[in-house]
Design a protein around this ligand. Sequence first.
Ligand code: ARG
Length: 562
Amino acid sequence: MEVVKTLAQALAPLCNTDEAVLADWIEVPKNTEMGDYAFPCFRLSKTMRKAPNLIAGELAQNLKVPEGFVKCEAIGGYLNFFTDKSAVAGSVLSRVLKEGDAYGSSTEGNGKTVCIEYSSINIAKPFGFHHLPSTAIGNALYRIYKALGYNTVGINHLGDWGTQFGKMITAYKLWGDKPVDDYSIRELVALYVRFHDEADKDPSLNETARAWFHKIEQGDPEALELWTKMKDATIREVKVTYKRMGVDFDSWNGEAFYQDKMQPIIDELREKGISKVDQGAEIVDLSEWNMPPCIIVKSDGSTIYATRDLAAACYRKETYNFSKLLYVVAYQQDLHFRQFFKVLELMGRDWVKDCVHVNFGMVSMEGGAFHTREGKVLYLDDVLDAAVEKTYEIICEKSPDLEDKKSAAEAVGVGAILWSVLYNNRIKDVSFSWDKVLNFDGETAPYVQYTHARSCSVLRKAGGRPEAFDASLLDDPESTALLKAIAGFPEAVRQAAEKYEPYVVSRAIMQIANAFNRFYYEQRIMADDPAVRAARLALCDATRQVLKNGLNLLGILAPERM
Ligand code: ARG
């Protein structure tokens, strides 16, 4: 932080200690009466051979108060600094209003590439509610890294390979009644279910399925065409859902893409003596690291998930030369990632240190509020639809005069769902309840969106914000708290990226929304004094801007009216 640097610079000559060390010591007191920043003198007492409180006292006397501060005071062993509130207010406001949509972004990632793999759904399978966290968290991280200036590559590592496609083709050939392109995901899933039902009665179907999968592997034109069309039909349909969630990808290279890229890996593992043959299969023994072996080639000669992941990681390094590769995948796959990361390490790929499994907990529906027959997957689209429908009812009640209720309901309903997995530490399991996610007064996206719309409405009614304003008039406690929350936003964006935790951004904007509402109720924005009114409108506009930017980083829309 720049302020800390300024303080450390001022202190360094008087303390005879390195600036960077001093910067590390500086704290932000919980109680603002103790100042905005505090410098503890305890560790100096050794080198300066004096009691900490004496050092603090001397520093207070000899230090020229740095720019941006009004005073510094010795309290006990601390030297406490008080910022110049009006200068801070002025600089925060002018920065937000000048940077606009770019407030919160930076150039720190320039020249670096981050690959982010997220969503990674399976072809011809339901796009289920359980895919929500990977999709939402991955998309938020993608947007956050992009804002920080990184070159970002969003990858949907499709599950588009495996024996199930032999089953799908068998089922289609037997029972298909229209061109395969016309199948919806639900219809494809029904075919798959029917296959299993019938194969219970007639096991020879499994043979047929194996033969069809073999044909796909061999590149048989008919098999390949059917497989491709099923894949295209799935992608076409999920793209609609992704669009609703503001999600996009730069690459749709799934497992099948690595089919011809595994042999060099298998060869290298053999040549380097990393893999060995065990009961006809090729494995990498990981017992030394207390892990079960990583299977590279099965005894029937087929490769598996892990082999494709090894090939994918190497391909991505070669193609993108990433400085980071993030895998946004559920914690159920922790072991898989530890295993294949270890294999990469054994292969001498030192860049494996830049590969991160960004794992997350489970989502479930509280109290079965959204009932499905046992074992049946909940489709994400159905959840989004239900959210939008319920939101529509709420909006009709709250804002009967709103013109475009439909698009507001879509933005808020979908936003509420995304927020449900973006507001907590990733690894926490989320139990989902409609009352919680759609509560316009709770810690929800609708609440933040509503606050954003409120700020828009204030500005609309005021006919916009005056160009000139005097920020020193924003000295009441509510304005001060709001300014402080807004000032912290860029740092929150940075931290969210560093921790791979979008919740740092969602918490930051929740804090801003709360602070704004307190300000809104305690201070009259449309004050009689035009100068005060101008300053408050500027603050209102800055709030609008930062809420919009924060929601955008999370992939959530910020409607201006709702
Ligand atoms: N398609 C997989 C699933 O639905 C997730 C893929 C995760 N990514 C990976 N590189 N293994 O379980």
